[in-house]
Design a protein around this ligand. Structure first.
Ligand SMILES: C[S@@+](CC[C@H](N)C(=O)[O-])C[C@H]1O[C@@H](n2cnc3c(N)ncnc32)[C@H](O)[C@@H]1O
Length: 216
């Protein structure tokens, strides 16, 4: 069992500005941990997390794969999240995480095209009025607009571009995001394999992890 990253350096004031890890985060962490030996066998060289928030997902991933076995890029549009991601990594003795403040993967494409071996996204997935999408503050952690899909749909076209031939993508979704429809879009429009590999109820939410890979 890999211990959850130490976040004791983050205060309640930090969590007024960045997403505090919650059940959705822990579902993603559990899925990465369950896939630990598969991820190690993959021998990833480049990992990328979109929307890293506190940085605990990428920090755990680096613990699974080995800090010096890969480079770990993260992105977030919230500048405090980028700062927290770096602090969390250092707090957990990981010095190979490179947080980038950008929307989705804008600043990293096309340079990372076809090179990402492990891609993760716990997106802003809550159903909200569409005009709430697009902030760079704490609201960006949850505001997903119609069906909670606006940010998710905006990043789907990049998945196939980013993944290396052996790459794997973990996407957290809730029921309202219509996970089977997202999987079908990835299959039909981008020729990717997509399957729900984990699901859990968290209060009123039903949360899923969609695992996506290039077809062999
Ligand atoms: C649900 S939180 C997840 C945070 C963290 N990964 C976790 O699992 O605890 C979503 C994160 O996505 C970020 N985000 C929202 N829209 C984004 C965008 N267009 N590009 C990059 N990051 C974005 C938010 O700022 C927030 O940190």
């Amino acid at each position: 069992m890999i211990p959850t990253p130490d976040l004791s350096h983050l205060t309640s004031q930090d969590f007024d500005r960045i997403y505090e890890p919650a059940e959705d985060t822990f579902l993603l962490l559990d899925c990465l941990e369950e896939d630990a030996s598969q991820l190690q066998d993959l021998q990833p060289r480049v990992c990328l997390e979109i929307g890293s928030g506190s940085g605990c997902v990428t920090t755990l991933l680096a613990k699974i794969i080995g800090a010096h076995n890969a480079i770990y890029f993260t992105t977030d549009i919230n500048p405090y999240a980028c700062k927290a991601t770096r602090e969390t990594a250092v707090r957990n003795a990981i010095h190979t995480i490179e947080p980038v403040r950008t929307s989705l993967t804008e600043a990293l494409l096309p340079r990372l095209a076809g090179q990402v071996d492990v891609l993760c996204f716990n997106p802003p997935y809550a159903v909200t009025p569409p005009e709430e999408v697009g902030s760079v503050g704490i609201e960006a952690a949850w505001a997903g607009g119609i069906d909670g899909r606006q940010v998710i749909d905006a990043m789907l076209p990049y998945v196939e571009k980013l993944l290396s031939p052996k790459g794997v993508f973990y996407l957290l979704l809730i029921n309202e995001n219509k996970p089977t429809e997202v999987a079908e879009i990835l299959r039909a429009n981008y020729g990717l394999q997509a399957e729900i590999v984990m699901q859990r109820r968290a209060g009123r939410e039903k949360q899923f992890i969609l695992k996506v890979q290039k077809s062999s």
